[in-house]
Each structure stands twice: as C-alpha cells, then as structure tokens.
Design a protein around this ligand. Structure first.
Ligand SMILES: *Cc1c(COP(=O)(O)O)cnc(C)c1O
Length: 332
C-alpha cells in the first residue's frame, strides 16, 4: 500500500514560526486549496483547528463546505455560490462576474496589481464597488496576489506599492480590510503589517526562499511510503521494467513497490530518482508499480517534496498537489 504520513509536530512547528512573524494567530489564513496541497483537506483542517487557526482559504465552494465546521472564516478563491453563507466569502475576480453572485453574498474584491491573472484593475475600483453595492453584496476586504514574492529582482516591491496606494485611497472613504501576502511575501519582509496573510507552502514546510534565513527553519509535513510487492535477485546486465531502460551493474536485489504515477508520483522521476535513504530507482515509474535497488519491505519515497521537485524539474507545489486523494493519510 502507498501511504502518506503527516507530521503534526512539524506542522505545529511551522505554524509557530508563522505566528512569530504575524504576531497574531488571528491573522493566519491557512491555504487549504487542492486537498491542502495534497496533504488531505480534512486532516489538515482538523490539525489547524487544534492549533487554534480560525481562517482558511480554498479554491471551491465544495472544499469550503467540507471544512465549514473547523473555521470561523473561509475564503473561496474561484467559485460562485447559489446561496449566501455567513461564514464563506467569495472572491470577485472580474467586473462581469459581479452580476452572478446572489444578493447578500459575502465577497472579497481581488485587485490586479501587476500579476495580470485575476482581479479587477485599480482603475475599475470605484465602478466595481458601486456594482457590488447595486448587486446587494457585502464586501469586507480587498486583496491582491504577488507574482514575484519569491524573487529578489522581480516586481514584488512594485506590486506592494500599488496595493499600498490603493489601500490609502480606499481607506479615506471606506472601512475595509486588506491582504496581500502569500508565504514568500511573509518570509521575505522583516515585519508583517498585513491584516491577514494567506499562507500555504510555508505551513507545509516546503517554502523555497534562499534569501530568507527563517524559511530554512520550516520542516516538511508530508512523507510518502510504499510497500513491497515482490523481490528478485538479478544477475549483472539484466534489465528492469518498461522499455528495459535500466540494467543492473552487478548481481543485485531489485524489489517492486506498489506505487506509481496513478498515485500521483511524477513519472518525470523515472530513471533518475534516489530516495532520501540513497536507494536508487530501477527504470521507469509505472502506473502502480515502481522498482528500486532494494530489498526493504517498506520504502520511504520522500520526506521533502523539494527534493523530488529537483529530480522532476518542477516545484514542490506540483509534487504535493499531484498526490491523489485515494492515498491513505495518517497523522503521526
Ligand atoms: C495559493 C495561493 C496562496 C498561497 O500561496 P503559497 O505560496 O502557498 O503561500 C495565497 N493566495 C492566493 C490567492 C493563492 O492562490
């Protein structure tokens, strides 16, 4: 069986570090979208509640409904409800969509400060606010998202300045709250002057931010294990698996483990992956069978998604969110 373990100690350790930065637990909105970055929505929601987190951010209405009992505040990033909720807020991502929200819906207005992905333009702000009012929606917050918070020479400062100006402008006439930080923004700045931060990857312990030393203290929460299906002793020069792309260099034991790309382990790791214990992959990742040069009964596949990401030439976010919901998840 392929299974995931979730380290409660590491998760709480990461939340401690995040809380030190925000200075208040109330400001932390844990991003639980996409099955909590593959960790398991319900498992992580329950742990977050246990820690004392009261805010969550998800992608869809159905995700929000599943975790309603755990939080006081839930922000949905991209969905439109059929009926308003007292707890769930919905994001307005563009002008036209305002008309689709039912009267009385709690909404947050997303403003595009330079990422050019979602949100209204700062120029449309006045029009958006009056359209929201006309539609009978209840707007609580204005927020934006950073394109380059994890890069030193990107447009982070520029977006921040744009958002700050907008905040100044709006605050002259309206009392709304504002938020913009993701994990990288929270960790790159020395002080947090935000009313709320939307943290995902830092809480899961896989933030990569070489220029922020506090990010190094974060610890990965998720580990992946697989059990052995079978073992065999192979002579030198025998090949293993589809395409016969791996051949033994000496007489050796090769075992097959019951995991593969159907579980969400990236096939791009074929032929070049080595586990944290230094165990070499033998050939390709197949659908639900992958072979390693090992005779262990249980194999630790990874404890840090950032390592896997390097082998697959991608980012930890993709490694984690690829993990399928059917995998057994256990809090340890
Ligand atoms: C995913 C997401 C976040 C969290 O980003 P991390 O880099 O994981 O902290 C925050 N805000 C928005 C709008 C997002 O889509």
């Amino acid at each position: 069986m392929t299974r995931i373990t979730l380290s409660k100690a590491n998760f709480f350790h990461n939340l401690d570090i995040i809380k030190e930065k925000t200075k208040s637990i109330q400001k932390i909105a844990l991003v639980l979208k996409d099955n909590a970055y593959g960790h398991g929505l319900i498992e992580m929601a329950a742990l977050a509640k246990e820690y004392g987190i009261s805010r969550a951010v998800v992608r869809s209405h159905s995700e929000a409904q599943k975790i309603e009992e755990f939080f006081e505040y839930i922000l949905v990033l991209a969905d439109t409800p059929k009926v308003p909720s007292k707890k769930i807020r919905y994001t307005i991502n563009d002008m036209q969509k305002i008309k689709e929200f039912p009267k009385g819906t709690l909404v947050e207005l997303k403003v595009d400060t330079g990422m050019s992905r979602n949100g209204i333009s700062p120029k449309e702000l006045k029009e958006a606010l009056s359209s929201i009012k006309e539609q009978g929606l209840v707007v609580e917050s204005i927020f934006t998202h950073h394109a380059c918070a994890d890069e030193l020479d990107g447009k982070y400062e520029l977006q921040k300045e744009q958002f700050y100006k907008l905040k100044e402008r709006v605050s002259q006439t309206l009392k709304l709250s504002f938020h913009s930080s993701n994990s990288a923004a929270l960790f790159r700045d020395d002080t947090c002057d935000e009313e709320m931060v939307r943290v995902g990857i830092a809480a899961y312990g896989c933030l990569e931010l070489p220029f922020a030393s506090s990010a190094e203290e974060l610890k990965p929460v998720l580990s992946l294990y697989a059990d052995k299906n079978s073992s065999r002793v192979l002579e030198e020069g025998e090949s293993v698996g589809y395409g016969a792309v791996f051949s033994t260099r000496e007489k050796t034991v090769v075992s097959n483990y019951d995991f593969g790309y159907a579980d969400g382990f990236l096939r791009a790791c074929s032929q070049n992956y080595t586990t944290p214990e230094g165990i070499e992959i033998a050939g390709r990742i197949s659908m639900d069978n992958s072979s390693f040069v090992s005779d262990k009964d249980t194999l630790l596949i990874f404890t840090d998604a950032r390592d896997v990401a390097k082998f697959a030439d991608t980012i930890s976010y993709e490694v984690l969110t690829a993990l399928k919901p059917h995998l057994k998840r256990e809090v340890v």
